[in-house]
Design a protein around this ligand. Structure first.
Ligand code: ADP
Ligand code: ASP
Ligand code: MG
Length: 410
């Protein structure tokens, strides 16, 4: 007998018919003798609908984050009840739990809380009685019992955390694609499903913008060594296994391409080239709790530098206002902001042992006439910032240049 945690995302539970189909899949697994814990998201569109209601009531300043969590968590509560009813209808014993009922304890960071501990006792008792346990994703409670949520896409993290707590044999994330692809198949139809990808690569892909899995879910799975698989809710198949095993030498140098459309770029020109310049610019940005991603600094001939960095698009206006103040203090030149950019990244553990990958990437983009505005690299990834209008062209050209559309030799 194996213990599985299954997670079904919004589209997989988007209608009553789909909830019925999920119930059938879960029942079939239980009938095979396995113990099943199911984590569900809100029905598709529901979290956005709730967010829309909140902003209709209060757009500026943003609604109180404690109240937002009370509101947003209701989406998942609807689905757990409906799924349990669908299971009962099939004669399958099942019991629903909100995050608070399980006791998924989190910190106090409303709307982006982190899980601290999970009480697995009641779930284990239910499983021992032959019940399917159905848990609301994306939510927990802090130590005062206040409802918290785990950030968009957070049901993935609930599933992995439960799998770690219950020492499940595997955590299976059922979604609307049949695995992790070489890139988002919505952008490159020739993208291929990967049979396997390492935690390290998946973590890079997720943090560079591939929203197929929430970053924290991958972090959690890597830390607690939870075998994680992404599969389709709608078709049969083995999906993609995410584990520690590195691919063999003959496998691809690049595993995937990620992109992020959520960033914006800011530049301050004519900054006096003196010690402390970067800190005077980025210090106030950090104090305002604005996260900075890529940074470049160019030295000009006249002892001044131009300084460019990227932030989340939602933070662009605030960052611009801060930079205007900094500009006056430093006697710098001009401040500009640009949200028409996108970050495109190639990821692969194969990069460690091979030279020339960056030059292939840059040449490919040059051949397409795509201007690279910023570059950053780490051991297993290279990211470039390009104009947003080139997103599809850049992704498709790189996908083909690194032969990602070709099946690897077995
Ligand atoms: P769910 O609602 O089930 O959590 P998501 O929308 O969060 O589903 O994640 C699935 C989507 O992720 C896919 O429909 C796909 O467009 C997108 N995606 C982005 N990058 C990738 C990738 N590399 N492989 C597969 N899907 C990806
Ligand atoms: N319902 C939440 C969201 O839309 C959490 C999730 O689906 O994972 O982000
Ligand atoms: Mg998701």
């Amino acid at each position: 007998m194996a213990l599985y945690v299954y997670k079904f995302g919004g589209t997989s539970v988007g209608t009553v018919e789909r909830i019925r189909a999920v119930a059938e899949k879960v029942k079939a697994a239980r009938d095979r003798g396995d113990q099943i814990v199911v984590v569900v998201s809100a029905m598709s569109g529901e979290t956005n609908r709730l967010l829309g209601l909140a902003t209709q009531i209060q757009a500026q300043p943003q609604p109180d984050s404690r109240e937002l969590d009370v509101l947003l968590s209701t989406g998942e509560q609807v689905t757990i009840a409906l799924l349990c009813m669908a299971l009962h209808e099939l004669g399958c014993p099942a019991c629903s739990y909100t995050g608070g009922q399980v006791k998924i304890l989190t910190d106090d960071a409303h709307t982006k809380a982190r899980i601290r501990s999970i009480d697995d006792q009641s779930m284990r008792e239910d499983l021992a009685r032959g019940k399917v346990v159905v848990v609301a994703g994306f939510q927990g409670v802090n130590d005062r019992g206040w409802i918290t949520t785990l950030g968009r896409g957070g049901s993935d993290t609930t599933a992995v955390a439960l799998a770690a707590a219950l020492q499940a044999d595997e955590c299976q994330i059922y979604t609307d694609v049949d695995g992790v692809y070489t890139t988002d198949p919505r952008i490159e139809p020739r993208a291929r499903r990967l049979k396997q990808i390492t935690f390290e690569e998946m973590l890079e892909m997720a943090s560079l913008g591939s929203k197929v899995l929430q970053i924290r879910a991958v972090e959690f799975a890597g830390k607690y060594n939870v075998p994680l698989r992404v599969l389709s809710s709608f078709t049969e198949g083995e999906g993609t296994l995410i584990n520690y095993e590195e691919p063999k030498m003959e496998q691809a140098l690049i595993s995937g391409i990620a992109f992020n459309k959520d960033e914006a770029k800011l530049t301050i020109t004519g900054v006096p080239d003196l010690p402390g310049g970067a800190s005077k610019i980025l210090g106030p940005i950090a104090e305002a709790n604005i996260e900075v991603d890529m940074i470049i600094q160019n030295i000009a001939g006249d002892d001044t530098t131009d300084f460019t960095f990227t932030v989340h698009r939602n933070d662009l206006q605030r960052a611009l206002e801060i930079l205007q103040v900094v500009r006056e203090q430093l006697g710098a030149g001009k401040v500009t902001g640009d949200d028409g950019i996108v970050k495109v990244s190639i990821v692969g553990v194969g990069m460690r042992s091979h030279a020339g990958i960056a030059s292939t990437m840059f040449k490919t983009l040059a051949d397409e006439g795509i201007n690279i505005r910023m570059i950053s690299t780490s051991e297993i990834k290279i990211s470039v910032v390009v104009d947003e209008k080139y997103l599809e062209l850049a992704v498709r050209a790189l996908h083909s240049a690194f032969h990602l559309d070709q099946e690897l030799p077995a």
